[in-house]
Design a protein around this ligand. Structure first.
Ligand code: WT7
Length: 649
């Protein structure tokens, strides 16, 4: 009871933007938001055409929207070059000598690239790609540290119409291999290594391992970051800097169809195999451009910083394409938030005068734990707007962010979206939306979000249900690469013609959306999506493992931690196959982010009579230590009591 009252109280803390912020903001009143929202829903073609006209089209579109559920096309007949919009456009609109990227490496090295310099580097690298045989529609896998060249590589691919697939630098060789095979990539762009927490991450070594098994790659272009000795295979591997020396710094940006594929980004689902989310050009660019403009209220004197890695969708949409399309100045940082200590981010904010700061709740929780002394040592008065993404933010973390980092002055935009949505879908607009700690508040323009029950009826306020989007939006995924069936089944199967996000949510009486969490077997670990099935299949790939079940458990910093229950094969001794070995095995198979926090070896898993593992029971066991729900379908009751005893130890 007291808990209920408490959550009721916290929901009633309402924060409105200051009059000063509102006055300057693009959307400065709720009346204006409602008017624009209504237009965007009633007349989407008119609304989005107006936004799209702010970008450069080599050929104007014929039709704004072509919707044959579940397949959509935006700006059909239009031709554009995404890279030209992010780079060349700013050479003639007064931003030529403006800093595009202010970069800081983890060891402390610094670089600044103006839009003019970015243009030269991107052109040079587009020429390098073409000289190395990369053509439009070819798939190029990018596996890079957070250096400007990661963005340059993505932009250069876009410039020549090649489809990039960025793989996060923390993923393993086996993950690279899966993505190479699924995408059929013919080229790889990587680096010798990168810096993370004072250590070198050997990227090229992982690429080499993957390329021993995948033979489709004709060229591997290697950027030199650390100078460590690496293996260069003659005829296949070339150095970025040597190729760039030979290349011209001018390159004509050809126009591509609005629906030309821009990139594939793999993300976890409820099966063991990650899905290749396909995004295309025109709609994606309009979506990321528009959300940056209104939600981050981007303007020319901003210094914007998104702390994500380019390996995730946040890095694609809110480091590379959206911010650059807006011609903003942004900070890019290579390393860890706690290197050399937890003051690093605040040092960067102070040094470069960051105005807009976009990070993840998991980072905020880690900062809270590290102590106020770190932000207290720095002048954070340049900040005007804060953002979060990746998971629901707990009200305590929201309040700390608001008070300690924002001095109670900066609006916070809690942005809900997904790899699939391409751009932010639910978020406050900083100049008008009243915010409450923990809610992403209201849908963005054109986003027809709702909460439905199992029958497809709209839930009433405070009633939990499934979060859906009832109309197509410009930056929507177009398909799962090479698997239209899985695309249909995953997102469009619950209700006819309606996109299901896979999240459980509710609205409050003011219409704010509160995201509760995933409804499927997907975990959210430090704001990153991981399928339980993926971790399970990694475990089962160990020769000593017979069966595995993986569940999430609340984790103070990471949001969710990974708990695995493993049954070893007959005759394997637990002393031989320790939990430490199995944890290392998962890290090797997927990457360090998937390393389980706990592994419990057990002679049996709780199953139904038909042999299905009852993860629900395991979830409850790790969360509460007991089981309260219905377990009558359980095949063997002793399994649960044994596990219970085991967990108590
Ligand atoms: C899932 C998408 C979108 C970029 C980062 C993650 C969760 C994301 C929020 C938020 C509550 C959130 C959802 C979503 N999520 N942002 N502001 N509040 N939950 O991208 O890996 O595609 O994961 O992250 O569960 O479905 P992703």
């Amino acid at each position: 009871m007291s808990k209920k009252i408490e959550s009721h109280l916290s929901e009633n803390r309402i924060f409105k933007p200051s009059r000063e912020f509102s006055k300057k903001a693009r959307v400065s009143s709720m009346a204006q938001y409602r008017r624009m929202y209504k237009e965007s829903i009633d007349k989407p073609a008119a609304f989005w055409a107006r936004e799209a006209r702010e970008l450069h089209w080599q050929k104007r579109w014929k039709k704004v929207l072509d919707w044959k559920p579940p397949f959509v096309k935006w700006f059909t007949g239009g031709r554009l070059n995404v890279c030209e919009n992010c780079v060349d456009r700013h050479l003639t609109n007064g931003r030529k000598n403006k800093a595009a990227i202010i970069w800081e490496g983890e060891p402390g090295d610094k670089r600044i690239l103006t839009y003019h310099q970015l243009h030269q580097e991107v052109c040079r690298f587009a020429n390098v790609l073409e000289a190395n045989g990369v053509k439009a529609k070819d798939r190029v896998l990018i596996y890079m540290p957070m250096v400007p060249e990661a963005a340059i590589a993505m932009l250069a691919c876009a410039r020549i119409g090649a489809v990039h697939s960025v793989v996060f630098g923390g993923f393993s060789a086996e993950s690279i291999l899966d993505r190479l095979e699924d995408s059929g990539a013919t080229a790889v762009i990587t680096a010798d290594g990168g810096y993370r927490r004072g250590k070198i991450v050997e990227l090229k070594t992982s690429v080499d391992e993957a390329l021993r098994k995948y033979k489709g790659v004709k060229r591997c272009i290697v950027y030199q970051r650390t100078g460590e000795k690496i293996n260069m295979r003659r005829g296949r591997d070339v150095w970025w800097h040597k190729e760039a020396e030979k290349a011209s710094s001018s390159h004509e940006p050809k126009g591509f169809d609005s629906e030309h594929p821009l990139f594939i980004l793999y993300t976890s689902g409820s099966t063991g195999k990650p899905k290749g989310i396909l995004h295309t050009s025109g709609g994606y660019l309009v979506g990321t451009y528009t959300t940056c403009k209104y939600i981050f209220d981007m303007r020319d004197d901003d210094v914007y910083w998104c702390t994500a890695d380019v390996g995730w969708i946040t890095g694609h949409s809110y480091i590379v394409f959206g911010p650059l399309a807006n011609g903003v100045t942004q900070v890019m940082y290579e390393g860890a938030p706690n290197y050399p200590d937890f003051g690093r981010f605040w040092n960067i904010v102070e040094k470069y005068g960051v105005t807009t700061f976009y990070t993840a709740p998991t980072a905020i929780r880690a900062f809270i734990k590290a102590g106020d002394k770190f932000p207290d040592r720095h002048d954070l008065s340049s900040l005007r707007l804060l953002g979060t993404v990746g998971e629901p933010i707990n009200p305590e973390a929201w309040m700390w962010y608001h008070e300690k980092i924002g001095s109670g002055r900066c609006p916070i935009v809690d942005t809900w979206w997904q790899t699939e949505t391409g751009a932010i879908m639910i978020s406050p607009l900083p100049g008008c939306t009243p915010t409450k700690p923990g809610t992403a508040t209201l849908p963005f323009f054109g986003v027809d979000a709702a909460i439905l029950d199992d029958e497809g009826n709209e839930c009433s306020a405070d009633e939990g249900g499934r979060l859906v989007i009832r109309k197509p939006w410009p930056s929507m995924l177009r398909t799962i690469y090479g698997d239209r069936n899985r695309y249909r089944k995953t997102y469009w199967n619950d209700y006819k013609g309606i996109y299901t996000a896979g999240d459980g949510a509710r609205t409050d009486k003011d219409g704010n959306f509160w995201i509760v969490g995933r409804l499927d077997d997907v975990l959210n670990v430090s704001g990153h999506r991981l399928g339980t099935a993926e971790v399970e299949s990694a475990l089962v790939s160990h020769p000593d493992v017979a069966e595995a079940a993986v569940v999430g458990r609340p984790h103070e910093i990471k949001g969710q931690g990974i708990v695995a229950f493993v049954t070893l094969k007959e005759g394997v001794r637990t002393a031989q196959t320790t939990d430490k070995i199995l944890k290392g095995h998962v890290a090797k198979a997927i990457g360090a982010i998937a390393r389980p926090d706990e592994i419990h070896l057990t002679p049996a898993l709780p199953k139904t009579r038909s042999g299905k593992i009852m993860r629900r029971i395991l979830k409850e066991l790790v969360a509460t230590g007991g089981v309260t729900g219905n377990i009558t379908t359980l095949e063997d009751f002793s399994v649960v009591s044994n596990l219970q005893k085991n967990l108590k130890k």
